[in-house]
Design a protein around this ligand. Structure first.
Ligand code: PGA
Length: 226
């Protein structure tokens, strides 16, 4: 069975109490009796909260034995040291296994360049974090060392106007061929209603979910329907 990555990108949302509520509702709707058995093990569930929530979520996930991995939404391009405001790879690795890099919101609003992103990919790999690199189209530069790409067309992000599954499949296939990469996810206005149309495509290995991942019941449905 094809491996599927179901990734929640919470962006700059949720306080600590809201995150705890989310986790409680999410685990109640998914793992009522025996932990995780409801999900076939081809699905990797990854939640990417803001940095401030990683510590608490990690401890709750471990305590409750939930089959959820954590990811960060960014990483410093530098090692530890005098870089005010930055969180580096060594620090993130204490809590997370993945990191989203090169999201279009960071490229647009924080002037991230392919060069900075490549430096961040190097840091992620050095500290054994798997980068999930966002590609806006087939021409996005993919840094060396990336194994998971999320194809996220800008018109589809947060608009309720997803790409068609056929077009996403075509782009995923081209990205795989061009970059010799095994996993390409689709992201942009994914919901529990449309997720299957994407994940049933042969070259799409999962989804990166923004808005719909903020609601624990909706995210559960996305996982079930994927
Ligand atoms: P969306 O965001 O699901 O809200 O469209 C996806 C993303 O930006 O990763």
């Amino acid at each position: 069975m094809k491996k599927l990555f179901i990734v929640a990108n919470w962006k700059s949302n949720k306080t600590l109490s809201q995150a705890k509520e989310w986790l409680e509702e999410f685990s109640n709707s998914n793992f009522p009796t025996s932990r995780g058995e409801q999900f076939s093990n081809n699905k990797e569930i990854i939640v990417c909260p803001p940095f401030t929530l990683l510590l608490e979520l990690k401890s709750l996930i471990v305590d409750q034995g939930l089959p959820i991995k954590l990811g960060a939404q960014d990483i410093s391009p530098f090692e530890n040291g005098s870089h005010t405001g930055e969180i580096n790879g060594k620090q993130i690795k204490e809590f997370a296994d993945y990191v989203i890099l090169g999201h279009s919101e960071r490229r647009q609003n924080f002037s991230e360049t392919d060069e900075t992103i490549a430096q961040k990919v190097r840091m992620a790999n050095k500290y054994h974090l798997d980068p999930i690199l966002c590609a806006q189209n087939i021409n996005t530069e993919i840094a060396v060392g990336v194994k998971i790409i999320a194809y996220e067309p800008i018109f589809a992000i947060g608009t309720g106007n997803p790409d068609t599954p056929e077009s996403a499949e075509k782009t995923a296939k081209l990205i795989k061929e061009k970059n010799k990469i095994d996993y390409v996810l689709y992201g942009g206005s994914v919901t529990s209603v449309n997720v299957k149309n994407f994940t049933q495509m042969p070259n799409i290995n999962g989804v990166l979910v923004g808005g719909s991942s903020l609601d624990p019941k909706e995210f559960s449905e996305i996982i079930k329907n994927a």
